[in-house]
Structures are given as structure tokens and as C-alpha cells.
Design a protein around this ligand. Structure first.
Ligand SMILES: [Zn+2]
Length: 103
């Protein structure tokens, strides 16, 4: 399981539970990727309803992209990890994609 994990899981968790859990995990992690330390701007009224993101531009390839904060299962969902605050951490999508379903 790779980059689509968060989307798949969000279908199985009530939207308000997902929102509150995302906000709690990001607050605990100071809105920083726990691997690389990347941190997007955080609006003062942010409530976890959407993923924090920024548009990126790769000048070498001439392509636009998106970098965002995601929830990552420390013990992977694909291996039985729960959608609980203690098993979740904040990762950017770059680090989360490279982590995959590894612990
Ligand atoms: Zn990162």
C-alpha cells in the first residue's frame, strides 16, 4: 500500500472523527513532518477539515506539484495498525510515499 492509504482509510472512518483526529495529531506534532521537519503555513482557524498543502514548482522539469501533511500509521494499517492517535504521526506526502507500509 502506498500513497493512496489515507484516502482509503478516510472512507472507513466517520468524517468528523477523521477531522478531529487529524487536528489532534498535527497539534501534537507541531504541524511538522516527523521525518524531514517540513511545515506548511497553518491558518489560525485551521480545524483539520482539509489537508494542509502548498503548491510546488519544479523548475528543472517545469512541473507543478503539491506537498501536503498527511496522517501516517506508525504500525501500518495494512498490517493491522489502528486509526488511533497513539498509532498516527504527521508526515508530508513525500516522506509518506517513500515509507509505504513499512514500520
Ligand atoms: Zn517529510
Amino acid at each position: 500500500m502506498a500513497c493512496g492509504a489515507v484516502i482509503i482509510i478516510s472512507r472507513k472512518v466517520h468524517p468528523d472523527t477523521f477531522r478531529r483526529t487529524r487536528l489532534a495529531v498535527h497539534l501534537r506534532d507541531d504541524f511538522k513532518c516527523q521525518h524531514c521537519g517540513w511545515q506548511p503555513p497553518v491558518p489560525s482557524d485551521y480545524d483539520g477539515r482539509y489537508a494542509l498543502s502548498v503548491v510546488t514548482y519544479d523548475a528543472d522539469q517545469g512541473k507543478y506539484g503539491c506537498r501536503l501533511l498527511e496522517l501516517d500509521h506508525i504500525h501500518p494499517y495494512a498490517r493491522g495498525g489502528k486509526f488511533q492517535i497513539g498509532n498516527l504521526q504527521t508526515l508530508c506526502n513525500y516522506c509518506n510515499c517513500s515509507k509505504g507500509d513499512r514500520v
